[in-house]
Design a protein. Sequence first.
Length: 359
Amino acid sequence: MIDHSTRSIEIPKYIIVKPGASEGLSAFLEMMRFNNVCFVTQKEVLDILPQIKDSIESKDQSVFMVDERPNLNNLISKVDLVHSIRPDALVGIGGGSVLDTVKFFGHILNIPLILLPTLASNDGICSPVVSMKLGNGRSDSLRARMPFALFADVSVIHRAPKKYLYAGLGDAISNVTALLDWELSAQRTGEEIDYFAKTLSIMSYKSLLNFRRASIDDEDFVETLVNSLITSGISMEYAGNSRSASGSEHMLSHAADVVFDSNFLHGFQTGFYTCIILKAYDAELYEKVLELLCDLGFFSYLPEDLFDSGRFSEILKIARTIRQRYTILNTLDDEKLLEVFEDSVSEIRYAISHADSRT
Ligand SMILES: [Zn+2]
């Protein structure tokens, strides 16, 4: 139980989302007098940001290279190393693994964080949560700190392989079902809904659903997607947990990670299961979400395994054990959910063929 009377909300002091935002990083660090900075990144990431690479080299700054998906035991063994640098700030530059790593270090060592995401594949770019591999082989979400500043360079994010943008889209749109589950739990269990967290989460998905002529190739749409993911991340800070952005669709996705050995992007799974859960709710937004995802080409990026009802049965067996969270999975049995899955999959397939014939 969170004591809301004393809980503080941490939100970034600086959020810069625009094409070329990364060019302002060095001047920002100087302005803030962060002289001893530890960069957390990857070699291939620095190669696409030569300006930052040159600045790090010329100032002989410390760099911690991330070479794997964050693993709790490994990261704990590296905390001493980062602490010994005594940095004024940690700067994370890269995709999900880099950002989760730096958020973890920032949280444990209580050091201000500056994030520069080079991908927009999930709402972790500005959230108080990290996804971490645990000793038992499973992954879980752990509490971390929010960034002090965020530099989202829309040109860099737009140039990244499209699959990451589609994954970001799938993670942002999952707020629709996360909120339905939160409301269901409020009705059935009396769980409290934080008004502002809910409002931010609604803004996050509505900005995408209401975007006129959305296209993943359009830099304006990519900027809207980045802002949607940031808003979703901040909503979790207001909620005090991930309720506003993670419901039954995320429980199915975490179960799918176990079944598919984490082979598929998080946002592919959450976006796909958002459609299934919307169908289970018989929700008004089901068709609108399906149409948006279909028009943008989301489904053609999904692995065929996700559409397999046999694998979905395996996923269902695990999904309810993922976390203690009241959702629609508490109210429908596996047989009903499988029926919903099969109906929704045929509707998605029909929508894809219909969209193909229009182009
Ligand atoms: Zn997510």
